[in-house]
Design a protein around this ligand. Sequence first.
Ligand SMILES: [Zn+2]
Length: 343
Amino acid sequence: MKHLTIDPSAAIPPTRDYPSDAKLPESLPNATETKLHPSNAGGENASLLFVGTATTILEWEGIRLMTDPNFLHAGDHVHLGPGVTGTRLTNPAVDLHELPRIDLICLSHYHADHFDDHVEASLRRSLPIITTPHAKSHLTAPHKTPEEAFTSVHDLDFYDDIMVDIANNKKEKKPAIKVTGMPGKHVPPGPGGMVGKLNDLIAAVPPTNGWMIELGYHASSSSDEDFKPGYRIYISGDTLLIPELSTIPERYPHIDLLLIHLGGTTIPSPSMPLLMVTMDAEMGVKLVQLVKPDLVVPVHYDDYDVFLSPLSDFKKAMEDAGLNEKVVYLDRKEEYRFKVREE
Ligand SMILES: [Zn+2]
């Protein structure tokens, strides 16, 4: 297992080009609405703010963990492969330079709708990033000048894990976050025999991880063995429904929250939808039925014009499957609050 310690007492801006005359905000912007578990609310001590695309900010024990930072605005373009661009249709709930301190980033893959050029140029180089080996090679590549390379990038293959300990916490039981890489595949396996543009497209789609994020406490010592998860979040990443995902419920019989990347992303363009590279509504419901989370929150569903499966399709499919009670829908700038168990 890899190890990382983060210290939330250091109030450093998340960006390296933070305006020198600006005061770093102490908190996230207020959510426009706070949602709780439909059946068993109470004792909430953690929150998840939906910023847009697959960008969320998890707050717990004084820590802020941000997923897939994408802060482009409506009308901005992203490059998604040879000859493939997407146009953003929405604005993020908060701007990159309005963020308070951020302690950790989990980046599912190196793709511009998850880590845009503006974010890459602006982020503080020492901000810890947990990601794929492929993304790490881009973020720390030797061709980058020393001031361009990120200095705290931690790569995980499928089922590799890292224990993130939280420094300067006064509780007797020390809080920690265990992050494990989950399997994912962004393109359909082995279409075979395809030539030209489609093949180039497939080759250019980056490898992707999902994540299991376990929030919990060390029972006594700070050893890895005495870590007890008090809340499990499975983030699907930009995966299709692939056979490898069936290993997840075998390893994790109880998942509290599934953050599912939907959208039925289709490339090269909405007018030429040759290849679907993220789950649509039908696959999304199948994933819910496979991993049986206590609750689902959909993300990555309407922010770009390459997302062809609207959230309304997923809503309907969840209703048809009798799973309506299992889902909380967040609009941008809304938050979900939940309880991390301390047992
Ligand atoms: Zn995506």
